[in-house]
Design a protein around this ligand. Structure first.
Ligand SMILES: [Zn+2]
Length: 322
């Protein structure tokens, strides 16, 4: 029998007030006005040109709107702004700067809600259901703090422990083998189309603390996986890859492969999670229809189209803004 338990899992800090927007004059500088923010500070990555030449990903942070971004003019490269703030997806803004005083709105949309289904394959069900809820809460808190702009809604938990085929799937192999290892989970345990499906098993690639993503609609989680591991596996589903060998990162980043202190995401990662066409936000959820996409590989070098993977508007994990 399947027991469906819809959970509303939200970090308590998500309940934020919305502050009124305060307008003031800023001379002949160009400004970016925040619309539909969450009341939290806003960070911008700005492309354009000023008297010093072309700017690429110049960072601005302010708790007040509008933000003064200096005297910008049209660059022969890119003229655009990416806005970041808590509980809102990163917002792309085309900004055709002129020689005059320009004022553009960065108009945030509400957080993107993604429905997910969790299949508890290896019990005890009550214990592993609680485990999944804790992972949901931790991931939601990381997404809030790190300005991912995504919420689980709903987070459905299904009891598959009594499925006669469940024991066949207690030990999940290396998930990079291919769909030959993922399809049996769909066929035997279940699968909700159009959603992320998370299977809580016993071992993953030999470890009870491990997890695996197929960079798509399926994730396998070991019985004793850390609560923060879900943020890592879903990071893969958002197209992100490991940062282990990159000195711009440490174990505190969500995409480190061996850690129990994952908590941070750079703005370079947020940008890719949302704008990469291969992210499940675009492929599976079609959550950004009509919005700009960019194919940005893992790179420490910024281009005009893609920020560097380690680009930080705010400090994190001991690394300063860059
Ligand atoms: Zn990984």
């Amino acid at each position: 029998m399947l027991v469906i338990t819809p959970i509303k899992c939200r970090a308590s800090a998500l309940a934020l007030g919305i502050l009124p927007v305060v307008l003031f004059l800023t001379g002949c500088n160009d400004t970016v006005n925040v619309v539909n923010g969450s009341g939290q500070p806003v960070g911008l990555l700005v492309d354009g040109q000023d008297s010093g030449g072309q700017l690429n990903d110049r960072a601005f942070v302010s708790a007040a709107s509008p933000l003064n971004v200096g005297q910008l003019s049209s660059s022969p490269q890119t003229n655009e702004v990416i806005g970041f703030t808590n509980d809102r997806p990163p917002k792309y803004l085309s900004a055709p700067w002129t020689s005059g005083s320009d004022a553009f709105n960065v108009d945030f949309r509400p957080a993107i809600g993604i429905p997910v289904t969790v299949w508890i394959v290896k019990g005890p069900f009550a214990e592993q259901r609680q485990h999944a809820i804790e992972a949901c809460i931790r991931t939601s808190a990381i997404w809030h703090n790190e300005r991912m702009g995504i919420i689980f809604t709903p987070f459905n938990i299904i009891d598959a422990t009594a499925d006669p085929q469940a024991p066949l799937h207690y030990a999940f192999p290396n998930g990079d083998v291919g769909d030959v290892v993922w399809k049996p989970l769909r066929d035997d345990i279940g699968f909700v189309a159009g959603q992320l499906n998370i299977y809580w098993l016993d071992t993953v690639n030999g470890g009870t603390g491990s997890g695996w993503s197929n960079f798509g609609a399926q994730i396998a989680m070991g019985k004793n996986s850390g609560d923060e591991l879900l943020s890592h596996e879903i990071g893969h589903a958002f197209s992100l890859t490991h940062v282990d060998s990159d000195s711009n990162f440490n174990v505190d980043n969500i995409m480190h492969s061996a850690s129990n202190t994952r908590q941070y995401s750079t703005e370079g990662q947020l940008f890719r999670a949302h704008l990469n066409p291969s992210s499940i936000l675009n492929v599976l959820y079609s959550a950004r229809l009509g919005e700009v996409t960019r194919s940005c590989s893992y790179s420490n070098t910024a281009t005009f189209l893609c920020p560097a993977i380690q680009k930080r508007v705010w400090a994190d994990g001991g690394f300063p803004p860059n």
